[in-house]
Write a protein that binds this ligand. Structure first.
Ligand code: PFF
Length: 460
């Protein structure tokens, strides 16, 4: 058997894991749920969720992976107990479903880069942007399938090249580029008319505007954005060398993900608030903020928008790619580790079957009636919305819940202590982590699940 592939260094892990965490969740979902929940107080609660629930679970996932050097099914079996392999298996299934619909939105970024290049060089055509054009685009079945095929092709290519030669190499290039583009956009946003209002909206908390649903949504999103609850971090942790610190790595991933989400939100709101009156109209289509509201603004009010617009959608595409790669890796690593399939073959088969699913979700925006209209969850019509709802509301919180309980209560303390304590980690870290993973995280995540069961929350 070949030795297991590993990241070339701790930095390699941090970049790959941050690449997984930073994705459409940061650039597409976070800004619109912040908008829908009226900013300030929601952002504060979200930051607390990241710190108090996300960080301990991130440490737990990476630890289980690094300790066992196995993908989620084998890792949970070995670290916690045979029956817990089911939690890993559930993660693999969630990864498959999530990748199926995530690829659709990721594919749109390709089209927007091409369109922006066209507008930047040939002049902006407002008839090709805005709400109607967007609806026309998502209802065009052939286009949806083609875009998903391109994106899935790129994902399979990266994953089939292996952990250090594919995933890490892609992250080493894409993440710094993404961060660079984000900084250019950020410094530009400071000069925009709407900047002051944007900062006030995001950072001035007004608790009278935040309801219980908002708190639960913040908690649910902290899972999604940190790629927790389905074993992605277990998988990436399993390629980590024993000498690398779990605590430090988790800390860096959480910091990078949070900083990037905040920068993206500041940029988007500075643009949107620069246009008087737009604030109200955006509210009606918050989910479309990234693809409906922004393109036109780039070409009408943003200084240097011609240059920034194509850069911006390139950034979104890169962020999405490093996330789809991690989703595919969860599924692929299962077939490599547990079924003995070669990496190339597993990448092709898993990528191909997920592409099959994304054809169905891609046709559920209106192209095919039956796929677009059926409803399992209340007011979530169509396959895309159904899967999105299922993953965000059920799969990730449930996976996260069993993971915290398994690691917190069923792994021997001597083992978890030995995993987390190394020469660079201060002594208080372990007891604090143990308290959070045993009590705070299960209660908080249990609250989401209970709220979903009682029909109180909906994280879309
Ligand atoms: N964290 C990604 C995002 O914010 O877009 C989404 C994601 C990727 C979730 C990988 C889960 C995962 F395993």
């Amino acid at each position: 058997m070949q030795p297991r592939d590993q990241w070339t260094s701790n930095l390699g892990f941090v970049l790959a894991a941050a690449g997984s965490a930073v994705g459409l969740g940061n650039l597409w979902k976070f800004p619109y749920i912040t908008y829908a929940n009226d900013g300030g107080a929601f952002v504060l609660v979200y930051l607390l969720c990241i710190l108090l629930v996300g960080m301990p679970i991130m440490m737990a996932e990476i630890m289980v992976g690094r300790k066992t050097q196995k993908s989620p099914v084998g890792a949970m079996k070995e670290a916690v107990g045979d029956a817990w392999g089911l939690v890993g298996g559930f993660g693999v299934l969630s990864g498959f479903l999530l990748l199926g619909f995530y690829t659709n939105v990721a594919g749109w970024t390709i089209l927007y880069v091409v369109e922006c290049l066209d507008w930047s060089t040939g002049g902006f055509d407002s008839a090709q942007a805005g709400g109607d054009a967007f609806v026309g685009m998502i209802q065009n079945g052939g286009l949806q399938v083609g875009l998903s095929a391109l994106f899935m092709g790129a994902t399979v290519w990266v994953v089939s090249n292996g952990v250090s030669g594919g995933i890490e190499r892609a992250a080493r290039i894409l993440l710094p580029v993404l961060f660079g583009i984000l900084l250019v956009l950020f410094f530009n946003s400071l000069r925009m008319d709407g900047a002051g209002e944007a900062w006030g909206f995001i950072f001035r908390p007004n608790f009278s505007e935040l309801g219980r649903d908002g708190v639960l949504e913040a908690l649910g999103h902290s899972f999604f954005t940190l790629s927790l609850g389905m074993g992605a971090m277990v998988t990436y942790g399993s390629y980590m060398a024993r000498r690398d610190s779990v605590v430090k790595a988790a800390g860096w991933v959480v910091i990078l993900d949070t900083v990037i989400a905040m920068l993206a939100t500041i940029i988007m709101f500075s643009v949107i608030f620069s246009q008087p009156g737009l604030r109200e109209s955006v509210g009606r289509s918050t989910a479309g903020m990234l693809f409906i509201t922004l393109p036109e603004l780039f070409y009408t009010i943003v200084p240097m928008g011609k240059v920034l617009a194509p850069l911006f959608y390139t950034l979104v595409g890169f962020a999405a790619l490093t996330s789809t790669v991690s989703l595919l890796e969860v599924v692929v690593s299962y077939f490599i580790d547990e079924r003995g399939v070669s990496r190339k073959k597993a990448s092709l088969i898993c990528g191909g079957s997920t592409f099959g699913l994304s054809i169905l979700t891609g046709l559920s925006f209106g192209a095919v009636g039956g796929l677009s209209s059926f409803e399992i969850f209340h007011e979530e019509a169509g396959l895309f919305a159904t899967l999105d709802h299922f993953v965000a509301n059920w799969a990730l919180p449930l996976g996260g819940f069993f993971l915290t309980v398994g690691v917190g209560w069923f792994m021997p303390k001597a083992v978890t202590r030995a995993e987390l304590e190394d020469s660079g980690t201060p002594g208080f870290v372990y007891p604090v982590w143990l308290f959070f993973i045993r009590f705070v995280s299960p209660v908080a995540v249990g609250a989401i699940i209970l709220a979903v069961i009682l029909g109180e929350a909906d994280f879309n």
